[in-house]
Design a protein around this ligand. Sequence first.
Ligand code: SGN
Ligand code: CA
Length: 523
Amino acid sequence: MNSFMVNKSLLLVPMSLSAFGVSAKNKPDTGCDKPLNIIYIMTDDHSFQTISCYDGRYNRTPNLDRLAREGVRFGNSFVTNSISGPSRAVLVTGKHSHKNGFLKNEGGQPFDGSQQTFPKLLQQNGYQTALIGKWHLFSTPTGFDHWEILPGQGSYYNPDFITSEGTHREHGYVTNIITDKGIDYLENRDKSKPFCLMLHHKAVHRIWMSDTCDLREFEDRTFPVPETFWDDYAGRPAAADQEMSIDKDMDLTYDLKMLDSTILTPLKGAYVWGERARMTPEQRAQWDSVYQPLIDRFLADSLSGKELVEWKFQRYMRDYLKSVKSLDDNIGRLMEYLEKEGLLENTLIVYASDQGFYMGEHGWFDKRFMYEESLRTPLLIRLPDCWKGVERGRVVREMVQNIDYAPTFLTLAGATVPEDIQGVSLVPLLKDEKPKSWRDAIYYHYYEFPGEHHVRRHYGVRTDRYKLIHFYGDDIDTWELYDLKTDPTELHNRYDDPKLAKVRARMHERLEQLREQYDDRTE
Ligand code: SGN
Ligand code: CA
């Protein structure tokens, strides 16, 4: 490149940015002339174990894998509080739960929408912002030029949507509808401004219902149970006392759809009058054509004991993976649209879940615990084509958390990151700058107890190698310490092991430092 070309491109950057009303002063140098658009796709309860670029054991997700191949996969991505509403509040504020005020799904306050959020700051910096899908914060969304949300958890079939005008019902399967709405929004947006679109899926939330076209997928597959499936929870009282076990808490009718008058389960009504009642006769007929033979077989086999538990695991995996397939297909459909419209050039595409999920590890479904499967969340970031000079398909090993998304988006938009945001921009990691002073520990705090699934309140610290957790509350006050190198599946609580006395002291110290740094005095 000759000097004339360099000068010309330097001149062009600020001009084209200001034409969009976007401040250029803080914008990182990525080689992109135009302001970057942002598409943030968040799914619900999507485990990294069921994304093939993270874990190839169960299924293939070619479209998600493409995002990783054409961008960056975060191999150590964590949440701060493993549950939906809190995770979404952390996402928009860039602050831990005790700072944004939204501590738990149930029994807390609605999200205070008058506070600072990154969509509002993007708006102030010339962006148009949109939110489509699950919101789950119990207050009207603020900071969005366009929003259309599911009430609460939303429904898989013929879902309702809330807009500023009221509630209306759509016909079809929720993952397709949310994707359609996202594409519609992009078609009709104001093309003179950059955009930030947040597409929040309902899938793969309980009760894992697939699209009619995917009902027969995975039915011929049998999955190995995870090595911790028959965990006895020795030395871990909080883990022993939860209500999220496939064996004792997964409901045969509600969760696994075994609907028959002879099968009596506590949650049968929830299935009959909930999701199933929403289906049209045609949709229900398609479901019955697949599930009725499964029910007949189940009744004929009269399974019990371990056999029954393993059968439940297989049904759970199949239902869950069917709804993952639809997600992946819909990401593919969105990518096709973006490609056709030339939007891959200057759009950053993020894929994350609101938290991780147990695929039978420790015998569980659900999340909430600070153990690895639910502390982690998938995070894939496809870089815009205009972003030059970085290797694509990299795996980033630094520990990142969902407090980091807001400052990342603000940085990419050229906006100032307010000092009270607790996360750190991921841009240096996206640029492969290998920052020397990246965080060496993450902080976690879960609050929803008493509550569904009966997981005790706890907070803790995780470093590259160790994890210290404090379970607390009226009837519990226990500590757990894990060496993740020698015990990656966290079966051995070493808190009282004299061999780890020094580690334990160091981890306590680090925990106190983090509680001070993030100003968390809640317990
Ligand atoms: C619902 C589910 C729970 C789940 C919570 C929180 N029960 O209450 O199994 O843990 O949501 O999930 S259900 O009977 O309604 O399916 S979260 O992802 O929204 O946090
Ligand atoms: Ca969730």
